[in-house]
Design a protein around this ligand. Structure first.
Ligand SMILES: Cc1cc2nc3c(=O)[nH]c(=O)nc-3n(C[C@H](O)[C@H](O)[C@H](O)COP(=O)(O)OP(=O)(O)OC[C@H]3O[C@@H](n4cnc5c(N)ncnc54)[C@H](O)[C@@H]3O)c2cc1C
Length: 187
């Protein structure tokens, strides 16, 4: 059995969205991030529901939100390799190795870890994924800029991360998983 259910590489909108959905629904989730998110250069006017927000302020809120759901956030830890280990994945970092049943790659436009893992690429030279964001390596997901040639927007990355985590949850729970809350849940 792996040490962690889900390892997320990258802590921008894609990675933290995946981590939020996974941890909120009971999966042990660890994230690694080197804080080079493009969000530090952005100001959002095009993220539905947010009229205007500085990208770094958005990241502060997102980090706080995932921490509240128990995500083990390794800020400042770089992942140097991801490999299949027969039972899941070994995620190598500058702080040592971690084992996880599922891996979500969310490293922005950087595709080197996906390539090393053996994920197939499309003719446009982006990581090949299906609509659930699963790569050609079973239980390995790729999200955000690495799966698209140019359509690079925060809300798309966050959607990709959510789709990946929902697919992991569907596999774990054995039936299509919905993360639905109602007003009563907020009381
Ligand atoms: C100048 C500029 C303005 C922009 N303006 C907008 C805008 O107005 N609206 C909009 O929607 N989008 C905008 N964007 C794009 C937006 O910032 C990206 O779409 C979004 O950040 C992508 O999210 P992501 O999670 O896919 O990747 P990123 O945000 O790039 O996050 C990837 C994270 O992975 C980490 N990482 C990478 N490799 C490793 C590793 N090996 N180990 C650990 N961590 C790693 C990085 O440090 C980074 O924190 C803008 C981008 C730029 C550059």
């Amino acid at each position: 059995m792996s040490e962690t259910d889900v390892a997320v590489v990258g802590g921008g909108p894609a990675g933290l969205s995946a981590a939020l959905f996974a941890a909120k629904n009971g999966l042990d989730t660890i994230t690694f991030d080197t804080d080079e998110t493009w969000m530090h250069k952005a100001h959002l006017f095009n993220y539905l529901g947010i009229e205007s927000e500085d990208g770094s302020a958005f990241m502060d809120d997102a980090r706080e939100q995932v921490a509240e759901f128990g995500v083990d956030r390794r800020q400042g830890t770089q992942v140097t390799g991801v490999a299949e280990n027969g039972d899941g994945f070994t995620v190598s970092t500058d702080d040592g190795d971690h084992e996880a049943s599922y891996v979500v790659l969310a490293t922005g436009a950087k595709r080197d870890l996906a390539e090393d893992l053996g994920c197939e690429f499309t003719d446009e030279d982006v990581v090949d994924v299906d609509v659930t964001m699963e790569t050609t390596v079973e239980n390995a997901y790729a999200t955000g800029a690495m799966v698209r040639a140019e359509e690079w927007q925060a809300v798309i990355s966050a959607g990709d991360g959510a789709a990946a985590a929902l697919n992991v949850l569907t596999k774990e729970k054995g039936e299509h998983f919905h993360d639905f809350d109602t007003p009563a849940d907020a009381e």
